[in-house]
Design a protein around this ligand. Structure first.
Ligand code: NA7
Length: 532
């Protein structure tokens, strides 16, 4: 089979799948290369107990096909991983996407051939592919990171990173389990497995501000109602900054009375999903005093839910305010610490010294474990791009170019990397993933279509355009409290050998503004993009 294609997409997750569909519709020769044996990306890999959406299911499905919207029934407001994986397989089968994918295919390098204006890709196995247009849709949370604790390889029990949870059933019943990490992933898995394990030890370095998910089943009649309202729901998602159903409250924290403020926060705390983060007062994430007040409101909630006051204090973040890191959504997380079989070790007080064959050695003693779960996160946003050796004109390396922080034009193009169109990477409008990915896929598809229709072989941007856009992204991020804190959203994972300070990685002007900008670029005949 020929390995020459018009378009090669890397990654068959939410974005990559739709990208295949769009390119197929254009009648171009397309191949998607996927490291996993199956489709789904995030929703294939992260199959740990408790994995589920934090966005409302009925806002997360693809909107490009009315028929698909009509056909699919979500069964919970925040769909669990197995259902989401099933959904993505349903989509892939319905639109015959799997026949365009090479599975178990990890791309090792992508090098641009200037003479031919083609990309040459090589896989880990040494297979070679050539394409005109190279679309990395590798995901923002797909390069998992193991902790830099000595002795990880010496452990004799079973261990998993949550991102690489096995396909087969893992029997945790009655086991002594340790989990390292307390990010959004750990906050989902901890309450779930605490119900069945013999003993659970949570190793916490930084507590996060977690808020209730309030998930519910969706009865058939409500799903029918949702289907009737899809136009309004999807329209609403186009208007909000993160493409969720929640939009920032137009009031500021101190323009309301104390009673009104508390009542508003109580209401948000009792409502499902990200409303408390995305729909809070407009100054919540910029005004330090407002942010501290909200954090104190949540600290009281934690104190009210955890029986042991000393433990409660350990679970309250002290080094960052509410919403400045990604807010984990929880179901009974705090109450889990009231169970007798659950212990929290604050590793700031009692550090992990090493992993030993029997378990984890801390300063205060050894903890024997049958299973260790690493919920230690990702080299986020740029990590999956940088794990591929991507070289543009004159052998310029993307990794090196992005070393001090990503530089892009619209989050899609990079100067000196012609014909490479990033689908959902740094500097793009991130948020409710499918909503934002659909836009990016469509924008990239239109760009490819424009090049093909005009018989152009080479599409590139300039350093000037890239600098302008990057500076725009950086300036939008100024004053946001979240950019002061290390977290995956600012590209920090403290395990990486390459220690980084928090960086502005995301376009923070809101998705409507991002779309408006990108639409205008297109309307203006692709301003700052040269077709030759
Ligand atoms: P996160 O949010 O990056 O969380 C990783 C967690 O692991 C976090 O609590 C880290 O503590 C902890 N961690 C990492 N390395 C260590 C070591 N060496 N020792 C102790 N603790 C460690 O990743 P998640 O998978 O939870 O979530 C990622 C996103 O995926 C999530 O927000 C959703 O959008 C989906 P730290 O905070 O660095 O002190």
């Amino acid at each position: 089979m020929s390995t020459e294609y018009d378009v090669i997409i890397v990654g068959a997750g939410v974005a990559g799948l739709y990208q295949i569909h769009k390119i197929k519709e254009m009648g171009l020769k397309v191949r998607c290369l996927e490291a996993a044996p199956k489709i789904g990306g995030t929703w294939y890999w992260n199959r740990y107990p408790g994995a589920r959406f934090d966005s409302e299911s009925w806002t997360y499905g693809y909107s490009f096909s009315k028929e698909l919207l009509e056909e699919w029934d979500w069964t919970e407001d925040f769909s669990p991983q197995p259902e989401t994986e099933k959904y993505l397989n349903y989509v892939a089968d319905k639109f015959d996407l799997k026949s365009s994918i090479d599975f178990n295919t990890m791309v090792k390098s992508a090098h641009f051939d200037e003479k031919e204006s083609l990309w040459n890709l090589t896989t880990e196995e040494g297979k070679k592919y050539t394409c005109r247009f190279f679309v990395p849709a590798v995901g923002i949370l797909s390069a998992a990171v193991m902790p830099d604790i000595p002795g990880v390889e010496t452990y004799k029990g079973i261990s998993y990173h949550t991102h690489k949870w096995p396909q087969s059933e893992v029997d945790l019943t009655g086991k002594r389990v340790g989990i390292i990490g307390t990010g959004a992933t750990a906050v989902q898995i901890i309450p779930e497995i605490a119900k069945i394990v013999g003993n659970l030890t949570v190793f916490q370095r930084t507590p996060n501000w977690c808020t209730p998910l309030h998930n519910k089943k969706i009865p058939k009649d409500r799903m029918e109602q949702i289907k009737k309202n899809y136009d309004e729901i999807l329209e609403l998602c186009t208007q909000t900054p993160g493409c969720y159903i929640h939009s920032t409250d137009p009031r500021s924290t101190f323009e309301v009375s104390d009673e009104e403020r508390t009542a508003f926060w109580e209401k948000l705390y009792a409502e499902p999903g990200f409303g408390i983060w995305q729909g809070n007062f407009k100054d919540m994430l910029t005004d330090r005093t407002a942010n501290t007040m909200m954090s104190e409101f949540l600290a009281e909630k934690i104190r009210g839910r955890v029986n042991d006051p000393i433990l409660a204090e350990k679970l309250i973040p002290k080094d960052h305010g509410f919403g400045t890191r990604r807010v984990p959504q929880e179901t009974g997380y705090y109450e889990t610490y009231n169970k007798e079989n659950v212990q929290l070790i604050d590793i700031n007080e009692n550090p992990i010294l090493e992993i030993i064959p029997e378990g984890i050695r801390t300063k205060e003693g050894d903890i024997e474990l049958d299973i260790i779960i690493y919920a230690t996160g990702f080299d986020a946003i740029t990590g999956a791009f940088e794990r591929i050796d991507i070289k543009g004109i004159n052998g310029k390396e993307l990794r090196e170019l992005w070393d001090d922080g990503p530089v892009t034009y619209l989050g899609v193009l990079v100067a000196d990397f012609p014909n490479m169109f990033i689908c959902m990477g740094p500097h793009s409008g991130l948020g409710n993933y499918t909503r934002t990915a659909e836009y990016s896929v469509e924008w990239v598809s239109d760009l490819i279509s424009h090049a093909v229709q005009n018989d152009k072989r080479n599409v590139q941007t300039s350093e000037l355009a890239m600098d302008e856009w990057t500076n725009h992204v950086l300036s939008l991020g100024e004053g946001l409290l979240m950019n002061e804190i290390g977290s995956w959203m600012t590209g920090v994972n403290r395990n990486l050998a390459h220690k980084r300070k928090p960086r502005i990685m995301r376009y923070s002007g809101g998705h409507p503004a991002y779309r408006e900008f990108c639409d205008k670029v297109k309307e203006d005949g692709y301003r700052h993009i040269v077709f030759s």
